[in-house]
Design a protein around this ligand. Sequence first.
Ligand code: GLA
Length: 673
Amino acid sequence: MNKINRNILAALLSGSSLAATGGAVADDMMPEEKSLSALEYELLGRDELWTYKALDSYSEPAFMSELVASGALPPVKDRLPAEPLVHLTGAMADGVGEYGGVFRHVIGGRPEGWNWMAGQHQGWGGINMAMQECLVRTGPLWQVKAEDQSGPLPNLAKDWTWNDDRTQLTLNLVEGARWSDGDPFDAADVEFWWNDNVQDENVSAWMSQNGMGEGTSMDVLDDSTVRFNFVDPQGPSRVLSLAYIQGCPGPSHVLKPLHPKYKDGATYDEYRNALPADMVPPVVMGPWVPVDHRPDEIVIMRRNPYYWKVDEAGNQLPYYNEMHFKLTSWSDRTTQAVAGTGDFSNMENPGNYVAALEQAQKPDSPTTIKFGVRVLAWELELNLSETVGVNDEVDAELRGLFRNKDFRVALSHALDRETIGQSVARGPFMYPFPGGFSVGSPYYDRDSTVYYGYNQDKANAMLEALGLVDTDGNGVRNMPQTGADAEIDLVYDTSEPTDKKQVDAVTAMLAEVGIKIISRSVDEIEPVADSGNFNIISRRHHWLIPTRQTCDYVPISVGCPDWHPADDDGNRNLFPWEMEMVEAVDRIQRTWDTAEAAEAARTIQRNWTENVYTIGLVQAPGALLINKRVRNAHPGTPIYMYEWAEDGIVRERLWTAAGDQLTELFEGELPAY
Ligand code: GLA
């Protein structure tokens, strides 16, 4: 049993909550937090993860050498770039691996199609990431020390330079890498991605047209060099936009002839669907290639013979010959990982944590559970718009209250987050969430966080002062203008048991201070959130890295965040402290000084929590479930941080010792083009 699980079990047995321990703290300060992650591991310099260099010799699995000998495949050194990406042994938990075997994923998504350039997804849960390679990479940044946290890690772009005034960014691409069908990867692929997908408004590419900043253009300098030209000076954070899922070129030799600009009579719809999910194998740069897709059953992937990464011993990666993605549900992912029929799960439903932990403690358990830092958080989002989704005078009065800081603070004081947390998962998993960055974020700062903790008397006094008084004696306060009961609709996601339990607890607690919640569950929360047609949304919403999906949190564009939408004319009434958060994001995008970025993040945290931008509920750690057969699964890998764990764990360097390997379904085979 490792140290971390012992801590958790001890807390479970004593019935105490680790989150609630600690000395007295000032009224508006966050209580002491005890992390469930007792992991200690060394952080590395960014250059210690991987490099690009020629090695004396290269090797490959024996079955591939036979194919080379028979003339069916070029020799391994001719399939690799002159200077391949070399994964360094010092960054690996168990070192150089052995070839062979299967790595089994279970996912809840279904592949839409293989044309990721046109915005199709491949089913999530790590299947997109097994196929797509992007110009830069972020997932493994969790292993990099703070002083080396300056933008992303290299990938297809092996390095980059800036001009003096930082208005031009030149990327040097890895030279001589090839697509899985053997076609060269070069600047033409990047040009096609940018010009004919990102910049073509008829294509809904993963990167939006202004995704590299408004007015940014790109030039191809030669086969392996491209340059972005910016309107204003930029900082290293700007390069992060070129990571998964936005900066991942597709095979231009396959897709360009199918694009409406180059194919007479083709429509954009046809282009988007040009690589249907039942057409295998697609052409990829990733370590594995889909070779079989049985709908609602499984996607099977085999190793890419042209993969452009090796280990220090010269072994062409990946180590696993085959990858499975069983197509079931997200909660089945955890069940199967615990049972040992799946190899990997991001455990993100705290209701399952105790049962999963108990199973994993059994001596013959096939699975390791590693709890990381608190990266999952849940919150109430009060619609701050004065117009969008306002259907009558009661809505209008509600929005007036929502926009009053005292009302939001009063609601925060009405919530007993300890009880909310225990209603979801007994034990030490939950800690209060004040909004803003999750505790596990490298940008979280407790001293910049204002916390309005449980204090029913204060909540009642503040609501009273706002003129909210129960005039008709029905137990619900009446609103001062319309006289209507303070009844508020709240929407949450049907499929998330964690959300439902929190909504039930919140409803009971707000009833105690005379606020009535009318909750409604929907199959999909995103369309409701996007429409702005709601008063309160309750959902999982966690922010760790200020430059990742920023528009989901801060009003950097008229379309966001969901809880403060602009009307059809683009108008809305932003608060001065919202503008300060927008400016802080801008500073982070431009600065070259990590201290300045951290200070800007503190500005965001202070403004968010002091003003209760959203009403945070609780936050929990995620846990990574990995089968014990799997080597090089670094215990420090967070389920989510800079990217999801499927990227952070660096799957191309995972392996299993020969005697423990699972039988491959397509043994001896490579994708057939
Ligand atoms: C889904 C899952 C996450 C993660 C991502 C990867 O969103 O819920 O746990 O696997 O896919 O894209």
